[in-house]
Design a protein around this ligand. Sequence first.
Ligand code: NAD
Length: 972
Amino acid sequence: MGVDRLRAAIASAHRTAEADAVLRLRMLQPGPAAAQAITDLSFRLAERVRTTPPAPLSAESFLRQYGLSTPEGVALMCVAEALLRIPDADTADALLRDKLAWGNWSTASAADWALMLTGTLARWHDEPSTLKSLISRLGEPIVRTAIKQAMRILAGQFVLGETIEQATSRAAERPRYRFSYDMLGEAARTADDAARYFRLYSHAIKTARARDGISVKPSALHPRFEEAKRSRVFHELLPRIRQLAELAEQRAIGLTIDAEESERLELTLDILESVPFAGLAVQAYQKRALAVCEWLVELGRAKKRRIPIRLVKGAYWDGEVKRAQQLGMPDYPVFTRKAATDISYVACASALLSAPEAIDPAFATHNCRTLATILEIAESGQFEFQKLFGMGDGLYDIVLADHPDVQCRVYAPVGSFTDLLPYLVRRLLENGANTSFVHQIADAKVPLNALVADPMREPVEPDLRIPLPRCLYPDRKNSMGLDLSVRRNLDALRAHVIADGPLAAVESTSPQELDFSIARAAEAFASWSRTPAAERAARLERAADLLEQHMVGLVSLIVREGRRTYADSVSEVREAADFCRYYALQAKLLFDKALSLPGPAGEKNDLALHGRGVFACISPWNFPLAIFTGQVAAALAAGNAVIAKPAEQTPRTGMRALEILYEAGVPADVACGAIGDGSLGARLVADPRIAGVAFTGSVETAQKINQTLAGRDGPIVPLIAETGGVNAMLVDSSALPEQVVDDTIASAFQSAGQRCSAQRILFLEAGNAPRTLELLRGALAELKVGDPAEPDTDIGPVIDQAAHDALAHHIRSLRQSAKLVGAAHLSPNLHGHYIAPIAFELPLEQLPKVEVFGPILHVCVYQRDDLDRVLAWLRDTGYGLTLGIHSRIQAFVDRVIAQARVGNIYVNRSMIGAVVGVQPFGGEGLSGTGPKAGGPHYLPRFAVERTLTVNTAAIGGVTELLSGASRAPTSR
Ligand code: NAD
């Protein structure tokens, strides 16, 4: 196959079914004789490794001792991650109290690391002790200093040197090994970050010794290394990598492009193809791995060069699984079983070794079986092994002694200890999990023959404990997503939007038509409410399937009418489908059968829920599909007829949702649309035939509706109102600034800040403020404001001229009174209602107590002692919708939660994007009446309750007593 066809095979293998992928890999394994030889060799190796414990205080001993399986290990990791970067002593002490004061750290434990830790502390005291008592006796400052020291020792086991100079001089002490340096630190958030990494990499290449290697992460060299930003990436990143690769070539240093998240793979391959002299890391846990190797072989042949390839198993496994579930992908990009990854590794290794003219392979492993396999199938001199710094020393000491001609390279992190976190977490996941080889070799209970068993003997079917993303929920399907990291999908969406062209005109509903619709709906209500709940549910489930089938058309409509981005629009379709399925499920649970209640003998008591009548559903423009569909689906599921009024800005999307409901079998007179502005909405809710109102929009409108309803004669009807918020994120100085900025950018600016849940205020504790604000400024500058029909747009326009003018006015007044933190660039060529994301810093007293519905962030820096005042201020706004918290200290999180009066709290993540049935959504106070949308209490609010009591004794006595069926036990 040619290079191009092999490349296409990579794309189609992306989320292929695991069983199919494994089937092919199984055919590429060593034969029975070789497999036996591998088993024998790996058993002998494992025997020797098990009897050679790792050096005390080495990274490997730490991971073996603690790993992920002990709370002490996890606590130590948390401390190691945060302590050295926390700017102030109080927060550092709070972290130590939080994480270490409870653990079993006594020297009675044989663990080297516990010994080291308490030993370090014990130097400050005459007897060994637990941390808790040490803290109480020695005082926190001393303990803090001691633990910081201990953490430096710990970090030092994972990091070869804080500078490349230190690293190369330490590397020189181990002449038997070659080195590949990994500059610590993660993805760049800002152009400055990227420039700094470029300097670091260049300097490292200039300083390293000939034949050493450097590993570069494209995401460190560019703040937006994403498929959607392809042209920027090729303009800006490619020249940087080329320059580094050329420099490396001149100095005979190997340059390897590191493997990152699977959605960046295609982009990485394109970069590789365009950079002579660069090598690549390939992750065997990806289902595409073999296809990638086959392509690389052809590429090497075509380019007549040996491409250096490092084969790894992969270090982002948990993240890959989580993201695929969150995005509703059809399948995972990675194998769910470890054995499948092991088989994949061997198949990839064979492919790489089969083409020495095209590939210069390196095999990164600490697993005896994997290593034995390579020794068995390869000829020496053809490849090298790689190991992580601090890991696998015992194994490689043996292998290198036995095989003097075998080369091994150490992958060695270099950099500041404060940048250790992401690296540590990845190593912990790879090697600290109970299933990892490193962990198991230390566990005498794991028999060696099991440890080195042939993965071909393991089950091949996918691991059922990790259900497919579609099957995440036990009782309903998860909505299907669309992968926007795939170029094909982005191009198809854009083509669809262009082909669909301008929006068709719509006509408003006249008062007479509205009157007629209400009358029709009132008549249709009787038969719909008598339709069994299961049947109503079935139609909603069909609607969910149809919504997914019409994904592309719906996305195009939302982009053109609501001016939302592709990512937002895909989420909307998914949310709408989730609402349909969730309320269908709730209807079956709550409405299908009456609830039988206990009572005296001879009587039957049943409680049943029924539709109320005609519900008015009034929705806003900012989620033109999801909120519209959610309200209507809930009302229908509960047995009501509906008059649904979409916002005047987005009527087409609402009417399209109704068409889909009709196609799914909902009768047209049961769900009628009404197109018009607020005056039509006002007329609708004033109508005495309306038996309830579900409203989402501004608090002012909700209040008007409430008054209209109060002024109506006749029955008092329910109003379910979901309104706005003054939403804040509270950050203490233990939080990681990079995470805070990522989540703030998403929460405050995604959807141009036009989400009710959007973050309006960032409260930053003073210690953390300088670094966080610097990052925020840089990250704002990376956002692209533009036409949402362009796939690389991050922020589209605000909804209309009125919204634009109000926001522009607010910005003008902030420019007078507040300090500018940073802003995104607004191209002068853009025409429309664009507001560039912007952030201002201002004191607590000057923060707005009203909702500012757009991409404007207010930052308030607070002192630690002011936390209660901040929380009181938030309560005082009267709103209570969403709240974000970023902290590594549970006591801080608990304190904020205890004082908050808000509907949805998010800890250490973004504060938008509530998922139906997972994070039921809705606020309190000025933010809404409840019950929460997408939650278990929502549907009953759309219903009336009827109790039915039947005297069963009236027709022939208390039969169950006489038959003895339910006789109560007698007490004597
Ligand atoms: P809005 O209140 O102006 O309009 C919402 C809907 O109410 C529209 O369909 C409008 O035509 C209708 N309406 C207006 N006046 C009316 C009246 N007197 N009687 C009946 N209906 C009337 O809100 P908007 O600008 O479309 O949406 C933005 C607001 O919605 C923000 O405040 C946002 O926070 C809020 N919102 C809340 C949630 C939530 O779940 N809590 C979700 C999305 C949006």
